[in-house]
Write a protein that binds this ligand. Structure first.
Ligand code: SF4
Length: 698
């Protein structure tokens, strides 16, 4: 941190990492971002975590792609073999015209043979343009992004039962709560600034109930820590709700006024007594009962959840239980109450809102609805496109293997690291006859590209992003893109022109104006207003309204204004331990690294703090294996094997291993199971059977 003498200019923007969406001030000197301060955004109130404060220098990294690149005719085969210092063996530099012509020529007129992955790292305008390009340009809905890998099952359950996929209250509302549940989330590592508000809540007497198969730092602040058996979420939550029914602790008035299907839920819960569920979830019956009484007795209570809930083949059922728990106790729509899936990436909420989803156009309007498609094609001035729901991230990779999809346009995603059973995704990428990758680095996915279009980092572009709180915020450029790199919206527009789509946007503001025509969520939110105020929460009821932090106090956007109870039954994980694979693998993030590591592993401070791929094992497990902390173990599942450094961690149960997925040299997703939740189509990243062995040489 310095003073004004240390920089030439300062620009207000948004942190590029997690869904908290902290507002930052980028301090610029000699054309480079020198340091970052937190400013008073509605979510962060001046706070930043280590990533937001120190993780910005990747934007000036020497491995940035600064010119369009086309794969050389004499390049060695596609794969993870591009040396970032010596990429010339695989690619040659090209002019923008040549690269764009080449990219478009390989896609034009190929209809269903082309699919697209957009990005939650891009702005709302860029996400909107991307889904429009695929739908208008190729006539179908095979367009998706990483929401499929994080909260798609939460959104499926919320859409089904509440009628809206976004949070019902901001996380800051916890200051008005007296009880909060945090389940399947580790906010201290993954939403660190939100975690500071959670800690403050406990300091002033709030009761925090943490539920997670792994221990975590919030445990210290919790009134209850339920370290339940992995995969036993539905059993545990149904047992808690059973107690609420049995002891008459539900809110009959609220249920009568605002919900439907209560009778079915109540009857379903009869089979889930705490005594019967205790051995399954590994939590004593009396603790389950105490949690039920604590939550139901709250004046105002919130439920927060993360990917520990969503990344299961029963992820939608997990979320259904949380929704039912909030509804039966009337904990939605009032100050200090609500449902809040903590969204992962800084713009995964916005990219989903903007229609980067195979089954929905912007604002979750179904592609299957003729009237909805007509409204969009009328604004777009184009012909109708398919009414069939498109394929999701993992289904697209399957379709590549089946030969139905032959080309892809990938903007800012890294499926060669992020997909489950990643060798399946990598072999699909290698099979494509035309892969266009738009990114800031030669990522693992770009290793397979036929053409790489050099894009912009967050500090180099204009555009809006929407955080986990539904706050639409303005990002501004502080420095120009390096070399010939360009803003993503510009690249999309140039490609669309070459695909014959006749686009004529001159700025992201033009795109935002078009989005507003078919997105009611953006009513009363204008580009000019965001430039002036930095953030507006949707829905905003008037040009003066800063937006509604809490929604659904007067009913839900569903038939008759009623939310729905959908009973959830127990579904076992897909890949259960056996004699060959006796332990449980779970994957996730760690504080210092972001997702597939493409940004944070190129940040000096963050990579300095966590430079090496690591996994966490209980001390008793290490002892049994004869492995000292710091030595390597080999992890093997039915999909593959990695060698990785072992860390001692009492937070992990003795039969579990936790692996962060940011490290290409020991990629966690070599191991993970591609089985998906049938509703959200999200893979079961949180549970695979695994064998752990001491590595032969260290
Ligand atoms: Fe960035 Fe999230 Fe950290 Fe805020 S909490 S600084 S948004 S990574």
């Amino acid at each position: 941190v310095g003073d004004s003498a240390d920089y030439d200019s300062e620009v207000e923007s948004i942190c590029p990492f997690c869904g908290v969406g902290c507002q930052v001030s980028l301090k610029v000197k000699d054309g480079k971002v020198k340091y970052v301060d937190g400013i008073n955004g509605p979510a962060n109130e001046g706070r930043l975590c280590v990533k937001g404060r120190f993780g910005f220098d990747y934007i000036h990294h020497k491995h940035r792609v600064t010119k369009p690149l086309i794969r050389r005719e004499d390049a060695p085969g596609k794969g993870l073999n591009v040396d970032p210092e010596n990429w010339q063996t695989h690619f040659r530099e090209a002019s923008w015209d040549e690269a764009l012509d080449f990219a478009a020529a390989g896609m034009k007129g190929r209809g269903r043979e082309i699919a697209g992955f957009g990005s939650a790292k891009c702005t709302n305008e860029e996400a909107y343009l991307f889904q429009k390009l695929i739908r208008q340009g190729f006539g179908h809905n095979n367009v998706d992004h990483c929401t499929r890998l994080c909260h798609a099952s939460s959104v499926a359950a919320l859409m089904e039962n509440v009628g809206s996929g976004a949070v019902t209250a901001t996380f800051n509302e916890i200051e008005n709560a007296d009880v909060a549940i945090v389940i399947g989330a580790n906010p201290v590592e993954n939403h660190p600034v939100a975690a500071t508000f959670f800690k403050q809540f406990t300091k002033r007497g709030g009761k925090l109930i943490v539920m997670d198969p792994r221990g975590q730092a919030l445990k210290r602040f919790a009134s209850h820590m339920l370290q339940f058996r992995p995969g036993a979420d539905v059993s545990m939550l149904n047992a808690i709700m059973h107690t609420i029914v049995e002891e008459g602790l539900y809110d009959q008035q609220y249920i009568d006024a605002y919900t439907e299907n209560w009778g079915a839920e109540k009857a379903h819960l009869a089979d889930f007594s705490p005594e019967a569920m205790a051995p399954i979830c590994g939590i004593e019956a009396e603790v389950l009962r105490d949690v039920a009484r604590t939550f139901a007795g709250a004046k105002a209570a919130m439920i927060f959840w993360g990917m520990g809930v969503s990344q299961h083949i029963h992820g939608t059922d997990n979320s259904r239980c949380l929704i039912s728990l909030a509804l039966m106790t009337g904990q939605v729509g009032r100050p200090g109450s609500g449902l809040h899936p903590l969204r992962g990436q800084n713009n995964v909420q916005g990219a989903s809102d903007a229609g980067l989803i195979p089954m929905f156009l912007p604002d979750y309007q179904p592609v299957t609805d003729d009237g909805v498609r007509a409204a969009f094609t009328s604004v777009w001035g184009s012909e109708d496109f398919s009414k069939e729901k498109g394929l999701t991230v993992t289904e697209i990779m399957d379709a590549v293997h089946d030969g139905a999809i032959k080309g892809m346009y990938v903007l800012g995603e890294n499926p060669a690291m992020s997909d489950p059973d990643v060798e399946h995704a990598r072999s699909a990428l290698a099979k494509l006859d035309h892969l266009v990758v738009q990114d800031i680095f030669i990522t693992e996915t770009a290793n397979y590209a036929d053409v790489i279009l050099p894009a912009s980092a967050f500090a180099e572009k204009s555009g809006t992003v929407t955080n986990t709180n539904r706050q639409v915020q303005m990002g501004r450029p502080a420095v120009p893109p390096p070399g010939e790199a360009r803003e993503d919206w510009w690249i999309e527009v140039e490609l669309a022109k070459r695909l014959g789509l006749g686009w004529s946007y001159e700025s992201p503001a033009d795109v935002f104006a078009e989005m507003k025509q078919n997105m009611r969520s953006l009513e009363n939110i204008t580009w000019e207003r965001l430039m002036e105020q930095n953030a507006v929460t949707y829905p905003s009821l008037s040009p003066e309204d800063p937006g509604q932090a809490i929604v659904f106090g007067e009913g839900f956007p569903r038939p008759d204004g009623r939310a729905r109870f959908t009973p959830a039954s127990v579904i076992a994980p897909d890949d259960v331990p056996d004699a060959d694979y006796p332990m449980i693998l779970t994957t996730g993030r760690q504080l210092e690294h972001w997702h597939t590591g493409s940004m944070t592993r190129r940040s000096a401070v963050l990579d300095g703090l966590e430079p090496e791929a690591n996994c966490s094992l209980h001390p008793s497990t290490l002892r049994k294996l004869g492995v000292a902390p710091g030595e390597h173990v080999v992890l093997t599942t039915k999909r593959g094997s990695i060698s990785i450094m072992a860390r001692e961690d009492r937070a992990v149960a003795p039969d579990m291993v936790f692996v962060p997925f940011a490290y290409v040299e020991a990629a966690a997703n070599v191991l993970t199971n591609p089985a998906i939740d049938p509703y959200g189509k999200i893979p079961e990243f949180k549970f695979s059977a695994v064998r752990v062995e001491k590595a032969e040489s260290d």
